[in-house]
Design a protein around this ligand. Structure first.
Ligand code: FRU
Length: 489
């Protein structure tokens, strides 16, 4: 039975949807109100399902529901009614992040974190986090009557019962279920716990598969774990990171560990680590496998420290970054927009061997605020190449490449933000004698730059007024550029 609370959310979002007039074109935004993490990213009943952390009633985080959308091509999404509301004892203070899987009998199971607030003897609030289940048909879900299915009694000794969240479930070849959940010790140092089950309801503790050991931030959120190109990959979103060279930035960040899984010890063995997205706004990514075997990752295109940058006149906040096909090549994670985006291209404009110099150069037909561009550059005869995006009225966002240091930078300092927060970000790029290639996707409120076939990606939200649609190029010497630009229809 659908609760009053869920009915109210469904009625509200259906009414409010039409009041949101300016949405990104190819990035999913909340049906109404607020969106954070992607949840339950999966293929079910002939469609991709994407749920999301959701508060329909305002443009800020509050008691968490699950929003719901489906797509056949991962680019165009159709909203479905909200899937979960915090309407049961185990989740009365929020249905936090989780994942989805199809059961043997054809139903879809959602495994998510229930939050239940209590007061201690001093009157202070504390939250218990447990794992809960809801089962449904791809539209309506019924919460399991004996939720939670995992509470803190299942955790190893010394575990925090307050930070135990974001289960990611998968099915093994033998039909058993596994899931990993983020947890931490009493000092708030994150680790990832593995559980197993034959029915996705009764769970057994297996092991701690990975530990932070005070290296990458503190608590780790939203873990994901899978095999990719013969390796094992662990994705986590750590809180409270510190700057480490150009690899990791302070605040909430993203880390990809590449390594192998030791079956006997039930432990993941790290071999390499890297940042997932070197820009400003990317967090809480989750993956699924497509029907043709691609591993696709989607992330929340926002950061907890930058939530105050959205368009103030809009009643919504939060977007998903583009779904990205990921692969491991020579021990690195590579990302590129899902190939389905290519069928949204129109109005091709192409230039070859254009010379870029000290004058800010415009190219006929190369402009717009919903743009997909491929650029290859030879910067061997300049020190810096710079591209201006969403440029107009004195506002702009730049992507630049320093050929001496082989450092790329995405900078939205002059995009019109009135907030004193981080507006630029740098990353180290492999030095190829001044040659670099870029795929640049600009949507109404974002810029994503995929560098060198996706070896690095930089993402930032940009809330410059939509009339600012100029694109310009500049170099402090000579750069030679090939560019193919499409509008996104
Ligand atoms: C990550 C996160 C998750 C949690 C959710 C709550 O952004 O903090 O750990 O489940 O957001 O909305």
């Amino acid at each position: 039975m659908t609760s009053q609370m869920l009915l109210k959310a469904r009625e509200y979002e259906a009414k409010e949807e039409g009041n949101i007039l300016s949405r990104p074109k190819v990035h999913l935004s909340p049906r109404a109100g607020w969106m954070n993490d992607p949840n339950g990213f999966s293929y079910y009943g002939g469609k991709y399902h994407l749920f999301y952390q959701y508060y329909p009633y305002a443009d800020h985080w509050d008691s968490m529901h699950w929003g719901h959308a489906v797509s056949t091509d991962l680019i165009s999404w159709e909203y479905l009614p909200a899937a979960l509301a915090p309407d049961s004892p185990a989740d009365k203070d929020g249905c936090f992040s989780g994942s989805a899987i199809e059961l043997e009998d054809g139903r879809q199971l959602l495994l998510y974190t229930g939050v239940d607030e209590h007061k201690n003897e001093n009157g202070d609030n504390y939250c218990l986090q447990t794992q809960c289940v809801a089962i449904g048909d791809g539209l309506d879900y019924v919460k399991y009557e004996n939720n939670p299915v995992m509470d803190n009694s299942i955790l190893p000794e010394g575990a925090s019962k307050y930070d135990f969240r974001d289960p990611k479930i998968w099915k093994e070849k033998d039909g058993t279920y596994k899931c990993i959940v983020a947890n931490c010790d009493m000092e708030h140092d994150g680790y990832i716990v593995l559980f197993s089950s034959t029915d996705a309801i009764n769970w057994k503790y297996e092991s701690v598969i990975a530990r932070n050991n005070k290296r990458y931030g503190r608590m780790w959120e939203c873990p994901d774990f899978f095999e990719l190109d013969g390796r094992h990959v662990l994705l986590v979103s750590p809180q409270d990171m510190e700057n480490v060279g150009l690899e990791y930035k302070s605040g909430n960040g993203t880390v990809c560990f590449i390594g192998h899984y030791d079956e006997a010890k039930k432990e993941f063995v790290e071999e390499a680590d890297q940042c997932v997205d070197y820009g400003i706004d990317y967090y809480a990514m989750q993956t699924t496998e497509t029907t043709d075997g691609r591993r696709v990752m989607i992330g929340w295109m926002q950061n907890w420290d930058t939530c105050n940058t959205h368009a103030p006149e809009e009643k919504w906040q939060g977007q998903m970054a583009l779904p990205r096909e990921i692969s491991v090549i020579n021990g690195r994670l590579y990302q590129r927009p899902v190939k389905e985006l290519e069928s949204y291209r129109e109005n091709k404009v192409e230039y070859t061997a254009v010379e870029i110099g000290t004058d800010k150069k415009a190219l006929d037909g190369v402009n717009g605020r919903t743009v997909d561009m491929e650029i290859s550059l030879d910067c061997s005869e300049c020190r810096e190449f710079k591209m201006y995006l969403a440029d107009g009225n004195g506002r702009y966002t730049t992507f630049s490449y320093d050929t001496y240091k082989s450092v790329a930078e995405l900078d939205r300092s002059y995009s019109g933000s009135r907030r004193a927060i981080r507006h630029s970000s740098k990353c180290q790029v492999e030095n190829r004698d001044g040659k670099i290639n870029l795929r640049v996707v600009v949507d109404k409120y974002s810029v994503e730059v995929f560098i060198n076939d996706g070896a690095q990606v930089m993402t930032a939200t940009v809330f410059t007024e939509l009339g600012a649609d100029g694109i310009y190029f500049e170099a402090d010497g000579k750069a030679i550029m090939n560019v193919t630009k499409y509008d996104i229809r």
